[in-house]
Design a protein around this ligand. Sequence first.
Ligand code: PMV
Length: 359
Amino acid sequence: MLYDNPGLKFKDKNCSGEIVWQSPSNIALVKYWGKKGFQIPSNPSISFSLNKSNSETRLKFNPAKGNDFTVNFTFDGTPQPDFEKKIITYFKSLNKIFPFIEQLDFEIESKNTFPHSAGIASSASGMSALALTLCDIERYCFNKLTRLEDFFQKASFIARLGSGSAARSLYGGWVVWGAIEGMEGTSDLYGIPIKNYIHSDFLNYQDTILLVETGTKKVSSRVGHDLMNSNLFAKDRFAQARQNAKRMVEVLKTGDIDEFIRITESEALTLHAMMMTSEPSFLLIKPETVSIIEEIRAYREKTKTPVCFTLDAGPNVHLLYPKSVKAQVKEFINDTLIQYVSKNGFIDDEIGPGPRKMM
Ligand code: PMV
């Protein structure tokens, strides 16, 4: 398989060190929902990386004291045995790609720069940050992956194996994950940045996340993806997403904001339609979600302000708009939308520059 490498094993000398990466969450405009084989998406997806919503992961590694590796994991300074088990399973799954893993003991400390209550999925930021630290061991101890492009491509591949959407968090700005017909460089195996093609209106996009409810999600994405295997509408959904991804790449180039809005809102509603039509079905939107959507559409109709919404696998609404209309959108939020959000309010985020090495 791509990236399998028996050579990445310590022979006589060993290696130890400490690596810290910060990596962002991302919001998908064309959604990934449904996969085949092992972490291969059923359709391409397109997202932008956020600026404020990051995970920071510190990984210390030392020669293993026993015959196999160990992992000690804390989140916000507290041991997290459930996560620790997941990381051990994930590390074991990488043994052909990074055979050095079994020769090391790991101490991993992670934290998010967004509050627990934010309702933002942290798997994309968390898994991408962890993938970056692993690729950095390869770079640091084996003097490989010295070209930045190779480094981030491999990190995206590794992140995907942990969480599909994490494959898109390795780059700033707009990112495609999944092969798009006619678009060179796109792959089901890793994300690629598309910054060279982007119209200036889409370079400073804003994402105000309106927090309707911030408890834990009712459907894990693993279960959700699996349910697409038996969803009656799956085939048509994948065909639609493939077409939307292709169109979206064009829209980002031309700056056709009306078409952007049409595709983005259709993708959000289709994601939830798929959840509602799966068996068992999931209804994740709340009355407030619907009210916010109706208010956004009415406001857009009345004022011609180019605001639109997207949704993740939950009830919170991501309000999307170019920076040029930020002042009036702020008024709209404070005058109209605020009545529908929970006590946690909203998070004012925007398109961001991608991961940062902190140490
Ligand atoms: O990365 P996963 O397996 O948690 O899937 C995430 C799927 C959505 O967030 C609902 C959509 C997307 O493309 O990010």
